[in-house]
Design a protein. Structure first.
Length: 522
C-alpha cells in the first residue's frame, strides 16, 4: 500500500504504525519482511484479521501486556547460533546466553498460559537446546559440567591432586621459613628484615630483591605435574566446548524456527493489543465499496479522550465518488481520515475499529488538500501545491486507489475553484477511483453527477456564546449540539453554520450581526 508522508499523517497511518510497533527484536525483524496486503491478498488479509480477533477475545488484556513484556526480555540467540553453524567454538558466556534464551521461552510460555492463550497457538520452546545445555545449569548460571566431555572428570581430578600435592610442598617450605627465619609467610612472597635474619634463603625459597635493611623472598615450588594437569584440563575443556558447540549447531534449525515464531507472535500481539483497546470487526473485503458503521478514527479518539471528551463514531457507505459537505467543525475531515484509516488497517492486517465494515484493499491511498508540503512543494503557493498533488494522483489513479480530497482549490477564485473541483470529481469517477471529496462549495456533486452526502450539523439548534471565548467551552458546546451523522444531502446546498460558530467563539457582536444581515440579503 502506497501512501506518502502527508497522506500517512492525515489518515492516521503514522499513528497506526507506531501503535503496531513490535515489542522486541524478533518482531521488528519480522515486520521488516512482511509487506502490506494488496489486491489479490484478500483471503490472507481476512484470515489474519480473523486470527487477531480470536486472540483478542481469548487472551486476558493484562495478560497480553505481560506476554509482550516477556517477549521484550528474550535475548537474541541468532548471532551465537550463526557462529556455531560456521564452526566456531563457543565460550561459556555464549552457552549462558543460549541457556537464558531457552529459559526466557519457558517464561514466555508460562505468561501465555496465564493469559488464557490457546494451546495450538502457544509460543515456541527450545526443548532440544534446553536438553543440550541442561547438565551445565546451576541456579540460572552455566558451567562446563563433567558431563560435557568424557575426559573432563579425570582431568579435573588429576589437576586437583596435583594442586593438593603442590599445596603440601608449599606448606612444608612455609614451615621451614617459620622455623629458620621467624616469619610466617602470608602468601608466596614475604619480607625479611636483615636485623632479624641475614642468612641464606631456606631451601625452596628464592631471593627476589634486597636493600640495606630488608630482603624480599618468595616460595618457589616448581610443579611440572600441576602444569601438565592444567594443560590437559585446558585441552579437555576445549574438546568439550567444541563438541558442545557442534550440538548447539545441530539446534540451529530449532532456534531459527523459534525466533521466526516469536516475530510472528510479536506482530500478532501488537494487533491484539490495539483491538482490545479500540475494538474491531471482521470486514468484507470488497472491490466496489468502502462502507462502515460506527467506526472509530483511533488517533482522533485518543486525542479526544485525553481532553476528557466523548468521541462520536462515524458511519459511511461510499461507492465510487461522493462529495461530503457540512458545517465547520462538523467532521468532514474526520470522515475522510476515518475512511483512509480503516482501509490502511486492513492493508496491515488489523481489524478495523468499526461495528461493521466492507472495505477496499487499496494499492494506494492519496490525500489531496492542505497539509505539510514536501521541500519541492514549499516553493509553490498552497493552490499550486494542491494542483501538483492532484496531477500526480490522477496520473496513476485506478479503482484500487482511494482518494481523499479535503477542500481542494479553496485558495483560488471561487468560480474557478468550483469548476476545478467538479472536473476533478468527474476525472476520478472516470478512472473508477473510489473517492470522498469534502467541500463547502455549492452544487459540486450535482454538476459532476456523483453522490452528495453531508454532515447533519447544527440544523435547528442555537449555540450559546462561550464564556470569555474559551476554546474548551466552545468545543464542549459544539460537541453537545453537533449531529455528526453522515446523511444523504438530497441535492441540498451545503451549509457551514459559520455564523453560529463565530458567535460561539465570541467574534465581536457587531461583526457577526452585520454578517448575518448581509447573508440574509444574498
Amino acid at each position: 500500500m502506497i501512501a506518502d508522508a502527508l497522506t500517512a499523517e492525515r489518515i492516521g497511518l503514522t499513528w497506526l504504525r507506531a501503535a503496531l510497533a513490535p515489542s522486541g527484536a524478533f518482531g521488528r525483524a519480522h515486520q521488516d519482511r512482511v509487506a502490506p496486503y494488496e489486491a489479490g491478498d484478500e483471503p490472507r488479509a481476512r484470515d489474519e484479521i480473523a486470527g487477531v480477533l480470536t486472540l483478542a477475545a481469548t487472551l486476558d488484556r493484562d495478560g497480553v501486556a505481560r506476554v509482550r513484556a516477556a517477549l521484550r526480555a528474550i535475548p537474541d540467540p541468532s548471532p551465537i547460533a550463526a557462529r556455531a553453524r560456521a564452526g566456531d567454538v563457543l565460550d561459556d558466556v555464549d552457552f549462558h546466553e543460549l541457556a537464558r534464551f531457552a529459559d526466557a521461552l519457558g517464561a514466555l510460555r508460562a505468561a501465555w498460559d496465564a493469559a488464557g492463550g490457546p494451546h495450538d497457538g502457544a509460543p515456541p520452546l527450545a526443548n532440544a537446546l534446553h536438553e543440550v545445555l541442561a547438565p551445565g545449569r546451576d541456579g540460572g548460571e552455566f558451567y562446563l559440567a563433567d558431563a560435557f566431555g568424557a575426559g573432563l572428570a579425570g582431568a579435573r581430578a588429576t589437576l586437583v591432586a596435583a594442586e593438593s600435592a603442590l599445596d603440601a610442598r608449599r606448606e612444608e617450605i612455609a614451615a621451614r621459613v617459620r622455623d629458620a627465619v621467624g616469619v610466617d609467610p602470608a602468601g608466596d612472597e614475604f619480607v625479611v628484615l636483615r636485623d632479624g635474619y641475614d642468612g641464606a634463603p631456606p631451601d625452596g625459597v628464592r631471593l627476589v630483591r634486597e636493600t640495606a635493611t630488608y630482603r624480599v623472598m618468595t616460595i618457589a615450588v616448581p610443579s611440572p605435574e600441576r602444569d601438565r594437569a592444567f594443560a590437559r584440563l585446558a585441552e579437555e575443556e576445549e574438546r568439550a566446548r567444541r563438541a558442545l558447540s557442534e550440538r548447539v549447531a545441530a539446534c540451529a534449525g530449532e532456534i531459527r524456527s523459534a525466533t521466526e515464531a516469536l516475530g510472528a507472535l510479536d506482530r500478532a500481539l501488537a494487533r491484539v493489543a490495539l483491538v482490545q483497546r479500540w475494538g474491531g470487526c471482521l470486514p468484507d473485503l470488497d472491490d466496489d465499496a468502502v462502507a462502515f458503521d460506527d467506526a472509530t478514527f483511533a488517533p482522533l479518539a485518543e486525542a479526544v479522550a485525553a481532553r476528557g471528551r466523548r468521541y462520536t463514531p462515524l458511519s459511511l457507505d461510499l461507492r465510487g465518488v461522493a462529495v461530503v459537505t457540512g458545517p465547520n467543525m462538523g467532521g468532514k475531515s474526520a470522515a475522510l481520515a476515518t475512511t483512509g484509516f480503516l482501509c490502511a488497517c486492513v492493508a496491515l492486517g488489523v481489524p478495523p475499529p468499526a461495528r461493521r465494515a466492507a472495505l477496499l484493499l487499496p494499492r494506494s491511498i492519496a490525500w489531496i488538500g492542505d497539509g505539510e508540503r514536501d521541500p519541492r512543494e514549499r516553493l509553490l503557493s498552497s493552490y499550486a501545491a494542491e494542483v501538483v498533488r492532484a496531477r500526480d494522483v490522477l496520473a496513476s489513479a485506478s479503482r484500487r486507489t482511494l482518494v481523499l480530497v479535503d477542500e481542494f482549490a479553496r485558495t483560488t477564485g471561487p468560480r474557478e475553484g468550483r469548476a476545478l473541483l467538479i472536473a476533478l470529481c468527474e476525472a476520478l469517477a472516470a478512472r473508477g477511483a473510489p473517492a470522498l471529496v469534502a467541500t463547502h462549495v455549492d452544487g459540486v456533486a450535482e454538476a459532476a453527477g456523483v453522490r452528495h452526502v453531508r454532515i447533519a450539523g447544527l440544523r435547528g439548534r442555537t449555540l450559546p456564546a462561550a464564556p470569555h471565548g474559551d476554546v474548551d467551552d466552545a468545543l464542549d458546546a459544539i460537541s453537545a449540539a453537533m449531529d455528526y451523522r453522515i446523511v444523504d444531502a438530497q441535492n441540498e446546498s451545503p451549509e457551514s453554520d459559520a455564523l453560529a460558530l463565530a458567535r460561539l467563539l465570541r467574534l465581536q457582536t457587531d461583526v457577526v450581526d452585520r454578517a448575518a444581515a448581509l447573508f440574509a440579503e444574498l
